[in-house]
Design a protein around this ligand. Structure first.
Ligand SMILES: Cc1ncc(COP(=O)(O)O)c(C=O)c1O
Length: 380
């Protein structure tokens, strides 16, 4: 029997393709975005304790109240902005499930959703599965600035949602306060929902402050924030995150969430509730990753790759236009097979696969791995 695909243009993600190629050729894998060092033993012990003390059955549908309260406390501390733990926060299976459920909750056939490219890869297929249409705004390399005039022209009566991501994967750029104010202005007095993907909120460099959507009251009133504990606490395999939004939006979200997954891993929630109480666990993260970025960039400063230091995330994009004319997918594959280092070509995230001759390298790696990576890159 033949079935008509609901996602005819979707293939295996580039992350899977490049990681598989890296494994096959025993290359250093700086492609997929995960750390190659351990999560804090304290947190692992807290999970073990939670399991041993019997938190092994379903969690409440929106998540453990203790964890929701810890998240509220974090918002108050960092942004002086509050979400009600009883009605405005839901714990999810990573940011991905939060994003899937938010889009599924609100996007209908003929709705348009604006995204900024290069964009994280789960947005577009999820919009398509729900019958929506993705409208792309291409950010301009190498700064990845936003053309707000273009955004303004693309907003119309069909615009249901705008998805933003700051700090941004894959470009490593961040939204400035002026960007958020533009967004606030453009969506004022509309019913447009903003999905703010803030999974890298704690990884921002050079003294910059993360511009969370919750800092802008008018925007906050129509927005979701999604976050990922996997990104924050070095355990992407646990797939834990959360969504928060004003009550009216969250009520609709929960209708979908309860039939999408109902609830997520209970013992990890109990552990995270405790672990989040010490703000050092997330406040020190920017410094930790800035040191990794700086080490990596200082080691490759004399290579033929050109770069502007990432402003946030644990990704650094490198421009290889002085090295070869090859398209970025071919070059990324060749580097993996012949030189033993895997990265992600940016064109797959761009509008019409625009090829700016840049590759993304993940620097959430041990210093040793970064040194080995630099040695290879310096020889190219
Ligand atoms: C921008 C962005 N959003 C969402 C996610 C997914 O996060 P999670 O692993 O918590 O589902 C990622 C993971 O790479 C990401 O980079």
């Amino acid at each position: 029997m033949q079935h008509l695909s609901k996602l005819p243009n979707v293939e295996t993600t580039i992350f899977t393709v490049m990681s598989a190629l890296a494994n096959k050729h025993k290359a250093l894998n700086l492609s997929q975005g995960f750390p190659n060092f351990k999560s804090d033993q304290k947190l692992i012990n807290l999970v073990t304790n939670a399991m041993n003390s019997g938190h092994n059955q379903y969690a409440p549908m929106p998540g453990s109240l203790a964890l929701r309260e810890s998240i509220t406390a974090k918002f108050n501390l960092l942004y002086n902005s509050s979400y009600n733990p009883n009605s405005e926060i839901t714990i999810t299976a990573g940011a991905t499930q939060a994003i899937y459920s938010i889009i599924s909750t609100f996007v209908r056939t003929t709705d348009e959703v604006i995204i900024f490219r290069p964009a994280y890869d789960c947005y577009e297929p999820t919009i398509a599965l729900n019958g929506g249409k993705t409208i792309s705004v291409q950010l301009e390399a190498p700064q990845y600035n936003i053309n707000w005039e273009e955004v303004k022209h693309k907003i119309n009566s069909y615009t249901k949602m705008i998805i933003i991501n700051t700090p941004q994967n894959p470009s490593g750029s961040v939204f400035a306060k002026s960007d958020m104010l533009q967004l606030q202005e453009l969506t004022k007095n509309t019913n447009i929902i903003v999905l703010s993907d803030e999974v890298y909120e704690h990884i921002i460099f050079d003294g910059e402050h993360h511009q969370s959507i919750c800092l802008f009251p008018d925007l906050k009133s129509r927005s979701f924030i999604v976050a990922s504990f996997g990104k924050t606490f070095h355990n992407t395999g646990w797939k834990m995150g959360y969504a928060c939004a004003p009550k009216v939006l969250m009520e609709e979200f929960k209708k979908v969430h309860q039939f999408n997954v109902f609830c997520v891993n209970h013992p990890i929630q109990i552990a995270l509730a405790e672990y989040l109480k010490d703000s050092n666990h997330y406040l020190k993260l920017s410094q930790f990753y800035q040191e990794k970025r700086d080490l990596f960039l200082s080691l490759i400063k004399d290579s033929r790759f050109k770069f502007l230091p990432a402003k946030g995330t644990y990704f650094q994009v490198l421009d290889y236009s002085e090295i070869t004319n090859e398209n970025d997918i071919e070059f990324a594959k060749r580097l993996t097979i012949e030189n033993g280092i895997a990265s992600i070509p940016l064109s797959v995230f761009n509008d019409n696969n625009l090829d700016n001759k840049v590759l993304r390298f993940c620097f959430a790696k041990t210093d040793d791995t970064l040194k080995q990576a630099a040695e290879i890159l310096n020889q190219i």
